[in-house]
Write a protein that binds this ligand. Structure first.
Ligand SMILES: Nc1ncnc2c1ncn2[C@@H]1O[C@H](COP(=O)(O)OP(=O)(O)OP(=O)(O)O)[C@@H](O)[C@H]1O
Ligand SMILES: [Mg+2]
Length: 237
């Protein structure tokens, strides 16, 4: 679904991604892990059209993405959920959802909103509350709900469980798993919480200094003693 071939990218003249090739298969969860500053967020932003790409190619379902503006990439069915600031805290939950649907045709709106509200029943009772008052987990659910209104084919998640308690983090990851499984959404998941993410992922990439140092099965990486210890703080179990 998403294929990167020898991609070099960065911010202006500052090159961060140094020749990355990767694939995220349709309806699967592909996990990206790596130490702080290794380029995980930059790689997601690169796919979403938010960095400078110097060379290489990126395709989604065969369509070339390099050079396509971010809003056009979004229209092609790609949703990018940034690490922070992914909701409007000064608006109510209901207003946030309406912001998400404003590009849709009138007829589609109510059906989409109803579908999304059914998927996130925990948001229902907060519809009139300011989104800034939501807990971390609820904010993450709202951010997901806002993306889902547009029925994306691909979702890029940047550390959706950052700052969440272990219990809520597990719930958020379970929700992401269900998006891939039930809605056939292709997921690229960046996580600090390597163990939990690798447990729900199919394939995994380990990044260091803007390069791929491991590509393979998520479980394989989870059980790789040396890489896990060196880069992910995983203890052999
Ligand atoms: N907007 C920006 N402009 C310039 N440099 C940036 C920008 N954002 C990130 N960088 C730099 O790019 C490098 C990679 O950062 P990135 O945020 O992609 O890492 P990361 O793997 O997501 O780290 P973390 O785990 O801390 O989120 C870092 O050296 C960072 O300082
Ligand atoms: Mg990051």
């Amino acid at each position: 679904m998403i294929v990167l071939t020898d991609v070099f990218s960065g911010y202006g003249k500052l090159q961060i991604i140094n020749g990355i090739s990767m694939e995220a298969a349709a309806s699967e969860i592909t996990v990206l892990v790596g130490p702080n500053g290794s380029g995980k967020s930059t790689l997601l932003r690169t796919i979403a059209g938010l960095t400078t790409v110097y060379s290489g190619s990126i395709t989604m379902d065969g369509a070339a993405l390099v050079g396509v503006p971010a809003h056009e990439i979004a229209k092609l069915g790609l949703a990018y959920l940034p690490q922070t600031e992914n909701i409007f805290t000064n608006l109510t939950v209901s207003e946030n959802l309406r912001m998400a649907e404003y590009t849709l045709q009138g007829g589609q709106r109510q059906a989409r909103l109803d579908g999304v509200k059914a998927k996130f029943p925990q948001l229902e009772r907060y519809l009139g509350a300011k989104a800034g008052l939501l807990s971390g987990g609820e904010r993450q659910m709202l951010a997901m709900a806002m993306s889902l209104v547009r029925e994306p084919k691909v979702m890029l998640f940047d550390e959706p469980t950052g700052n969440l308690s272990p219990k809520i983090a597990t719930q958020v990851l379970e929700t992401i798993r269900s998006l891939a499984k039930e809605l056939s959404i292709t997921v690229v998941l960046v996580e600090q919480n390597a163990r939990k993410a690798l447990e729900i992922g199919s394939k995994a990439y380990l990044l260091a200094n803007g390069k791929v140092v491991f590509a393979g099965g998520a479980r394989e990486l989870l059980e790789h003693k040396e890489l896990g210890r060196l880069y992910l703080g995983l203890k052999a179990s």
